[in-house]
Design a protein around this ligand. Sequence first.
Ligand SMILES: [Zn+2]
Length: 303
Amino acid sequence: MRQIHICEVGPRDGLQNAHHLMPTEAKKAWIAAMAAAGIEEIEVGSFVPPKLIPAMADTGEIVSFALTLKDLKVVALAPNVKGFERAVASGAHKVTFPVSASRAHSMANVRMTPEQMVEEVRKCVQLRGKAGPEIEAGVSTAFGCTMQGVVPEDDVVRLAVMLVDAGVDCVALADTVGYANPAQIRRLFKKVKAEIGGKLEAAHLHDTRGLGLANALAAYEEGVRHFDSSMGGLGGCPFAPGASGNVITEDLVFMFESMGASTGVNLEKLMEARKLMVAAIPEEPVYGHMALAGLPKGFRAAA
Ligand SMILES: [Zn+2]
């Protein structure tokens, strides 16, 4: 039984910000290998204009392929109604919207204020009707912003409440640029949970300043059981200068498994999937302690 739910965001958050394009066939093989390693949920791409982000131009094809993989929850990002309509047409199981708590980041990223973005999400919830995909809102720059600097915690709480009122199924808090520390993670997850309860689901953390795992553990201790991460720490945000690297999936899996909290992921198979990723974009910087050191002698995965 899985106690920890990991959503691999490398094919979206990672590749969207990588310097090298991964060919479509290589993406498919990589995604299939991660699913085979036991990753239950993968954010496979984003429905943004291909001209804007060429790395995401094949998202429709990638979603179709991912839907053929057994037991995999297929997630796609959409920044607006147009993207959402494409996501619905693709058949993705879940759509995630980036909703910035920082006004400056929101304008730069989606050219809308946070309030306008909430209205955009509300329209999508209404469009969806009963049969559509699950809708998640990721509150980005929740812990700080490279443009605005400090993001008031009350702004994050208010935004989370507005999103739940707009009808989203779940909310994630995202440390888009890797500004968070464990004390801040505890405090903000607690505050938001006090307002929206179980609708607060995931932590989307970046390892920009080396605190990714420490922050994940802090979130875990606040009751969070859903984590976004990316293989090899690929990722960042093009509109947040200096942002790089999601928390590293392999290291996150190792931390939880060695603590006795099951992720359902087989680490050996995960490392095989990593080899496929590296082979497909050999010049792209990748990170990770597990890849360097390997499993410790006598390691036992959680039951
Ligand atoms: Zn991110």
